[in-house]
Design a protein around this ligand. Sequence first.
Ligand SMILES: [Zn+2]
Length: 145
Amino acid sequence: MSDIVEQEKLLDCPFCGATDEGFHLQASQSQDLAGNPKDWSVECDECAGYGPTAPTQAEAHAEWNTRSAQAKDTEIARLREALEKCRVQFRFYEQNHLAKYAPWDLELLRKGIVNVPAGRDAYEKALTNAEFAEMCEATLTEKTS
Ligand SMILES: [Zn+2]
């Protein structure tokens, strides 16, 4: 039985991000102690990450790609969660800085027409935090491919 098959493109290494350039990721067949061919796995020569193992080369490719896709989804979910925490924190500090001003002073600051007793520092910090919160919100609402 031949394991030479039409090879699907391998997804990036889930451990180090190496790409399928024909030399970083390769299916290889392991041998048992007697030197008999055993099973196949994709191996990354950048980080030595490998597997899962499978009885055929094609299955080893499919297993690698399944894990790689799952790893990507997990990574995206982790980054989205971190970005959401950043968004909440930026909004918290925005409101925290704005709370230093009376409503009528805030109105003057927004119009930029007069100095207020508490100065402009906290207002500038509030604007900066709002800007970062908006960046988080824009990124979180973008579609992922
Ligand atoms: Zn790797």
